[in-house]
Design a protein around this ligand. Structure first.
Ligand code: CA
Length: 485
């Protein structure tokens, strides 16, 4: 349960006088914290030092976890990139605005309402950046967008003052030369709107440099940075120097480790820049990941969780999740009740001095009073996920998974984190109750704007079955660049 060690904390706007009292060094700019959201792409649950990995080298992220709160049950809203980002950015279940399934051109049913570049975050949805701009923040996103390729979905029209990154879902980690054009226009690096500009270095390092530069330029005003790494998503590409740091690893696991090392180095660049400007104390830094590791594609390891990216086992949905805010939160603490990336929008809005209860159409919860122990219990009565007919739900320690092609499964994830002991036959009343609640939640949804082609739906389920048992070791396979895409 909650660690009550946080007694001091989290006064926010409610008790400003007390809040000033706990600042050893009052902020020059008032109490509005800076906010940096660092997001990895397709990382394995286990693949950080602070998550227990002995193979990865992540000293900067480990230090971040040590001075913050680590969430042991952090969830995304979908086990794939695009929908997960749609839930994160809006603070609500993306199904409520029809953003279901994945949104990668080529995977969708031809019967979908929107396809290709027209699959994007609907323009009537407000993003974290929109909400924080309203609170006076300067905003930037660096890296992967994946919320629509068409111009109208561009991040600079969705609340972000600055953008350096690419619109699509994946791209090379190396600068692209004139003879090596990307396959899709959405995979070119773009500065602001429409100015295409390849970096002069490994992309992960370039993104760290951009974020660090933004901090320096905006150090005297509140800012929000969404540092959206494409690492360690495929294609598996690392520098020779980083690969050399892992002489004992081989194959794709070695490349994965080198890509993760680069991401940690870029994170260190950002955190060091905060420190240089004396901003470390009153900056919220979040690190999390957009979906579970595709262990069969990038060499990630989700141990002790079963399953992979794109399925509803914990290995698809549960992610590393850290929030550091030295001015307000206890250091080195853990919070072990379920939270969601949807919670970040209202939590950030409240930290920025906004009244989160005024937010319309938000499913996320303000986490601060739960972290401090001011509120007890779970932030959410229940959490839901859905992809086509497949759906799942958490209620307390219980998890139900509904399938299209077999009976539902029920697990108690508190004592069966690897989801190996199906209790559906033992607790039929609970199964019925959770089924009914999933159905009730579905009634709140919009009709999907696009749907996954049937063959990929089958692929997801087959993949779940194949990686049904938690695995401590990376899966090795004969990797080719074509397969990786
Ligand atoms: Ca992803």
């Amino acid at each position: 349960m909650l660690r009550r060690a946080f007694a001091l904390l989290l006064m926010l706007a409610v008790t400003p006088a007390l809040a000033v009292g706990v600042h050893a060094h009052p902020q020059k700019r008032g109490d509005q914290p800076n906010i940096i959201l660092i997001f990895s792409d397709d990382a394995g649950y286990n693949d950080f030092g602070f998550q227990g990995s002995k193979e990865m080298k992540t000293p900067h992220l480990d230090a971040l976890a040590k001075r913050g709160v680590r969430f042991t049950q952090g969830y995304v809203t979908d086990p794939t990139c695009g929908p997960s980002r749609a839930g994160l950015m809006t603070g609500r279940y993306q199904q409520k605005f029809g953003y279901q399934e994945i949104n990668v051109p080529g995977y969708m049913s031809p019967n979908s309402k929107f396809l290709g570049d027209d699959m994007g975050l609907p323009l009537d949805q407000r993003t974290i950046a929109d909400r924080l701009k309203e609170r006076g923040y300067k905003t930037a996103v660096y890296g992967k967008w994946h919320l629509g390729n068409a111009d109208r979905f561009h991040p600079t029209f969705r609340g972000f003052d600055e953008f350096y990154g690419f619109r699509g879902g994946a791209r090379s980690f190396f600068p692209l030369g004139p003879n090596n054009r990307p396959q899709h226009h959405d995979n070119r690096m773009e500065r602001g709107f429409g100015q295409f500009e390849e970096p002069d270095k490994y992309v992960t390092d370039a993104l760290g440099d951009e974020a660090a530069d933004f901090i320096t330029r905006h150090k005297d005003e509140p800012f929000f940075i969404f540092l959206s790494f494409n690492a360690p998503h495929t294609p598996m590409e690392a520098t020779e120097e980083d690969l050399a740091q892992f002489p004992n690893l081989k194959g794709k696991r070695k490349i994965y480790a080198a890509m993760t090392l680069a991401m940690d180095r870029a994170t260190g660049n950002v955190l060091d820049t905060l420190k240089t400007h004396g901003l470390e104390d009153n900056t919220i830094v979040v690190f999390t990941n957009d979906n579970g590791g595709p262990t069969d594609k990038n060499g990630s390891v989700n141990w002790p969780l079963a399953g992979t990216k794109s399925n509803h086992l914990e290995g698809g949905l549960r992610v590393p999740f850290v929030i550091s805010w030295p001015a307000k939160l206890s250091k080195g603490a853990t919070f072990d009740r379920p939270v969601s990336t949807m919670d970040l929008l209202p939590s950030f809005f409240a930290a920025a001095g906004g009244d989160a209860s005024s937010l319309k159409n938000v499913d996320g919860k303000v986490l601060w009073p739960f972290i401090s122990g001011e509120k007890s219990g779970d932030p959410h009565d229940a959490l839901f996920w859905r992809k086509d007919v497949r759906a799942s739900m958490r209620e307390g320690d219980w998890k139900l998974i509904r399938f299209a092609d077999r009976p539902a499964e029920l697990y108690n994830v508190a004592n069966d984190i690897g989801e190996q002991n199906n209790l559906a036959d033992k607790y039929p009343d609970r199964v019925r109750s959770m089924f009914k609640q999933i159905h009730g939640w579905e009634l709140s949804q919009e009709r999907p704007l696009w749907t996954l082609a049937q063959r990929f739906e089958e692929y997801d389920t087959d993949r779940m079955d194949k990686y049904r048992v938690p695995n401590k070791d990376a899966v090795e396979w004969n990797w080719t660049p074509d397969q990786a895409q």
